[in-house]
Design a binder for this molecule. Structure first.
Ligand code: GDG
Length: 461
């Protein structure tokens, strides 16, 4: 027990893999949280507590690339109840505007409480006296309070990576009060946008009855909890360097060639999730071709859909829907060697992502609701020639900063079509003006600035 910083997150930033020689090892996993926190961990004296995936029990702490990791084991029942169930079947849809219907099951809640308790106990054991513990995301909202009960000496921060919903939606939760009280165990609560912090404070006032002043909540025992916005970002310099790498530049040319050198390449990269608006975006693009605004020789849409939550039913249904849509569009509009949509259900190394960003003339990021969306920021960071167009949903947190994008309402298919068409036809002067401004924003607000600000404010709290 000697760690001055303990990160607690649902997942460890690694996946179990089996090498070509059959030996098991670890590989960094994709996902916003990992991209965001890794640089902070390396520079500090920290340990990361989380689930490594799988159902292996009694795993020992280990290191990967200088990261100290403490694996939490999960049973099949816990994965079903806590992770796939309450986290991704109940909370995820409620926190994302009820884009899909949330399910409420009391067994899922019991499992959520149980897993949160185990995480809190593990963190309590690892933290040095007066250490900082930074808890992450919607899967662990009860940890702050549970941890405070075990270790009142700690400074506890909590960051929510997804939106915090308005009272009208949050109130549906049968366990709304428990979740608010769980979060109130923290000294500092971070949200992506000011609106999330405001929603939370209002709910605490209404549902728990604590006194609030602006963004500060006063608890009966004299403790104060602050809720504020900390918009997350990316390692901008790291992405830029990757985008300038010779092999990435060559790979980007090869991708364009393989696509048949169309005039414009459109790109979407998302976890395969119903919040991301993949279906509507592909429909909008296909209608532009069907109506003759451009042909399959002029433009192709590359859609990378990274496999995600494949055991949750709504995700299986979504995958089938998109498979069908892509098949129909390509069947109707494609020609030999020229599909309208180049669809990839797979995940890729960072270098390939950078090469794709470099290749894309138009990047379409059109979620129905998204906490931030790092893909939009990564695209901007990779556009080192200061060209390329970003079509961005108003409902992604990133839209608050990337004001020079073509902002769209993803529910408005005609509006999206118009924005895609405008982006397709934009002249280089317009593109440069917009991209320059967005690149400046990303360079100034990178992930390091985000993490430093959160930790400084937690230290001062
Ligand atoms: C949640 C919130 C918030 C994706 N595929 C591959 C890959 N990725 C990386 C991307 C990006 C990250 O994963 C995805 O982050 P997003 O922000 O786009 O979306 P979520 O996964 O939903 O993340 C979101 C985020 O948390 C952070 O707070 O912004 O709103 O929903 O970094 O590059 N990386 C690699 N291969 C892939 O195939 N290497």
């Amino acid at each position: 027990m000697a760690n001055h910083l303990v990160i607690v997150a649902n997942r460890l930033p690694v996946d179990r893999v089996v090498g070509p020689d059959g030996a098991p090892g670890w590989r960094r996993s994709p996902g916003g949280l990992v991209s965001a926190i890794e640089p902070v961990m390396r520079s500090g004296d920290g340990v990361w507590v989380g689930w490594p995936g799988g159902t292996e029990q009694d795993l020992a702490p280990f290191e990967v690339d200088g990261l100290s990791l403490v694996p939490m084991s999960m049973t099949d029942e816990e994965i079903e109840g806590h992770y796939e169930g309450f986290s991704n079947g109940t909370l995820w849809p409620i926190y994302h505007d009820v884009v899909a219907k949330p399910e409420f099951h009391r067994e899922w809640w019991d499992s959520y409480v149980e897993v949160n308790r185990r995480f809190a106990e593990q963190a309590a054991e690892l933290a040095a006296e007066h250490a900082m513990v930074w808890v992450h995301d919607y899967q662990l909202q009860l940890v702050p309070q549970m941890l405070r009960e075990l270790r009142p000496d700690l400074r506890i921060g909590f960051y929510l990576h997804i939106p915090f919903p308005p009272a009208e939606l949050f109130q549906q939760l049968p366990w709304r009060r428990e979740i608010l009280e769980g979060l109130l165990g923290a000294d500092l609560l971070g949200f992506q946008l000011p609106g999330g912090a405001t929603n939370f404070v209002r709910l605490v006032r209404q549902r728990v009855g604590h006194k609030t002043h602006r963004n500060t909540i006063s608890l009966p025992d004299g403790r104060e909890v602050r809720a504020a916005a900390f918009p997350i970002s990316i390692d901008a310099a790291g992405f830029e360097e990757l985008a300038r790498d010779d092999e990435v530049v060559q790979r980007s040319k090869a991708i364009r060639e393989a696509l048949g050198n169309p005039r414009k390449v459109f790109l979407g990269i998302d976890r395969l999730d119903y919040t991301k608006g993949i279906h509507a975006r592909l429909r909008a693009f296909s209608e532009l071709i069907a109506e003759g605004h451009f042909s399959v020789e002029d433009a192709v849409f590359v859609q990378v859909a990274v496999p995600s939550r494949e055991r949750v039913e709504q995700y299986r249904i979504l995958r089938d829907d998109i498979d069908r849509l892509v098949g129909r569009i390509n069947g109707d509009l494609g020609r030999i060697g020229r599909p309208a949509i180049s669809y990839l259900h797979s995940s890729y190394p960072r270098e390939e992502m950078a090469a794709l960003y470099r290749t894309a003339d138009v990047m379409a990021v059109t979620p129905f609701r998204d906490g931030m969306n790092l893909v939009a920021k990564e695209y901007v960071a990779c556009r080192v020639e200061e060209d390329g167009a970003l079509v961005l949903s108003e409902f992604a947190g990133a839209a608050a900063e990337l004001r020079q994008a073509w902002l769209v309402n993803p529910y408005d298919i005609n509006g999206m079509k118009q924005a895609m068409l405008d982006a397709y036809h934009a002249d280089s002067k317009d593109l440069r003006r917009r991209m320059r401004a967005m690149r400046r924003t990303i360079a100034q607000h990178d992930v390091e600035a985000w993490a430093t600000r959160f930790m400084t404010e937690l230290e001062d709290s």
